[in-house]
Ligand binder design. Structure first.
Ligand SMILES: C[S@@+](CC[C@H](N)C(=O)[O-])C[C@H]1O[C@@H](n2cnc3c(N)ncnc32)[C@H](O)[C@@H]1O
Length: 256
């Protein structure tokens, strides 16, 4: 697919020019959007100015903060923010052009409970203080079949989330990937994490919460392909906090 795209773009410089011009425009708009943050690494090393102060300095309220990690266009960030004006939502992703959509939508809708951060989820603790976050949504995370450490539900990432989350904070996972979902259930099982709900077929489960109410860009593609959507909701515990493993022992994990 990527090779095909490369060939099309090389053979059609005009398409390439229009695409790159669009991206340049989106990047320029992101850079002046007051809800869009993309600090330099040095700013993180010096101490990000909103770490521990999102509510006091940015949202100017004391509402719970909810993150969407690997948010892409930020459908959950914006959709949940509209539904819950008494909660604050922050989307994080590396891809600025995708997040431009969500950041622009949030501004056009006049939402004052939304922000976006362009950075790696790996840098989460440069942005959030101990127990600053109430919930985390992982929406259609890359399954990373060969690189367990990069899966956003690996023990390595869950321990990062645990530092930022309130004690009983919730993690939501929504994915088309049965491989990633089974792996996530293995991690939950390995650490005996409190599993509040899970289903292998969200839209035929009768589940009444937020998970079936919003569909993301990638989700719509997977649904059109006839894929079932998996969803789980769980919290973290002391066994995870006290462990120092980054990957599951071989028998408990596929991939590496
Ligand atoms: C398959 S897309 C899903 C995007 C969106 N949530 C959706 O459902 O349409 C996965 C997203 O996760 C982002 N991502 C993957 N690993 C990441 C990481 N370590 N830090 C930040 N973003 C990451 C990618 O840039 C990509 O936008």
């Amino acid at each position: 697919m990527r090779i095909l795209l490369f060939l099309v773009l090389s053979l059609c410089p005009k398409i390439y020019n229009v695409m790159s011009r669009n991206k340049m425009k989106q990047f320029a708009e992101n850079s002046v959007n007051p809800i869009f943050f993309q600090p330099y690494y040095q700013e993180l090393l010096d101490g990000f100015f909103l770490k521990g102060k999102w509510n006091k300095e940015f949202f100017k309220n004391d509402h719970p903060i909810i993150l969407e990690l690997g948010c892409g266009k930020g459908e959950y960030t914006v959709g949940l923010a509209e539904k819950y004006p008494d909660k604050n939502f922050i989307g994080i992703d590396l891809k600025g052009a995708r997040m431009w959509r969500g950041a622009t939508d949030a501004q056009e809708k006049g939402l004052n409970n939304v922000a976006f951060i362009r950075n790696k989820v790996d840098k989460l603790l440069y942005f959030f203080d101990h127990q600053e976050v109430a919930e985390i949504w992982l929406t259609f995370s890359d399954p990373q079949p060969k690189r367990e450490r990069r899966r956003l539900t690996s023990p390595r990432f869950l321990r990062l989330y645990q530092e930022a989350l309130l004690k009983d904070g919730i993690v939501h996972v929504k994915t088309d990937s049965r491989e990633l979902f089974d792996y996530t259930l293995d991690v939950i099982n390995y650490f005996s994490l409190p599993l509040k709900y899970h289903t292998f077929d969200l839209y035929n489960s009768g589940y009444k919460g937020d998970a079936p109410q919003i569909q993301t860009y990638y989700e719509k593609i997977y649904l059109a392909e006839g894929k079932a959507i998996n969803y789980a909701q769980f919290s973290l515990n002391e066994k995870l906090r006290n462990s120092d493993i980054y990957k599951l022992p071989k028998n408990d994990a596929d991939g590496e």
